[in-house]
Design a protein around this ligand. Structure first.
Ligand code: CA
Length: 225
């Protein structure tokens, strides 16, 4: 999953970016409104963390512009503690969630997980396909109940495919959503990581759909529908 972080406070920007990277996300960082506006308009993000008070275009205007242009990614806004009117304006502009500063990083991470799984149509924070389970809270992956150790890139790839289980995901979509903008993207590396995941999780989990991409069968959406 690839996130955009727009925050002009350099210190806070660094802290949030580090926490997001630790949690396994690819993160692009912007420090002012114009840069944020441009990135959100041109890059495919899975979610955005958006400060409202920014040099250049402010957060609410940015969000309004994105929504007007049909950009649908979930957006969490960061607001000053007592500015309730900011929250109202933010939601009306198309925000999905908010967090008042100062906040606990754990809460920000939990809210982002919730936004990502809801955007992908999941109610549970545990994603299941066959014998493979991925707990988005702990980052733990098990096969038949036995924990499997994955590298951060392997985890990112698996998490993206499992969030989008039941849908064919192309290689170019994967490179766009797994790496930040500064990463030297080479779609061959996706194949390498798929190979490693198959070795660790079983060959049948990730199917190759020739000419189209990869597919993980949906596990947790088959029942109850
Ligand atoms: Ca600010």
């Amino acid at each position: 999953m690839r996130l955009l972080l727009v925050e002009d406070d350099r210190n806070l920007n660094r802290q949030i970016a580090a926490a997001l990277a630790d949690a396994g996300y690819a993160v692009d960082r912007a420090y002012d409104g114009d840069e944020g506006q441009f990135l959100g308009e041109t890059e495919p993000y899975d979610a955005v963390v958006l400060d409202l008070g920014l040099p250049g275009i402010d957060g609410v205007s940015m969000l309004t512009n994105w929504r007007r242009d049909g950009r649908k990614m979930p957006v969490l806004i960061l607001t000053a503690r007592d500015r309730w009117s900011d929250k109202v304006q933010g939601f009306d502009a198309g925000a999905d969630d908010y967090l008042a500063k100062p906040f606990h990083m754990e809460e920000l991470l939990a809210r982002i997980r919730a936004l990502l799984r809801r955007a992908a149509g999941h109610a549970s924070s545990e994603l299941v396909s066959g014998t493979v389970r991925l707990d988005t809270r702990s980052g733990r992956v098990t096969v038949d109940g036995a924990p499997v150790k994955l590298t951060s890139h392997e985890y990112r790839l698996l998490s993206y495919l499992m969030h989008h289980a039941g849908r064919i995901v192309s290689r170019s979509e994967l490179t766009e959503h797994l790496y930040d903008q500064d990463f030297d993207r080479d779609s061959n590396t996706i194949e390498v990581f798929v190979g490693r995941l198959r070795k660790k999780l079983g060959v049948e989990l990730i199917q190759t759909v020739r000419g189209l991409g990869y597919l993980i069968e949906g596990g947790d959406r088959k029942t109850g529908g």
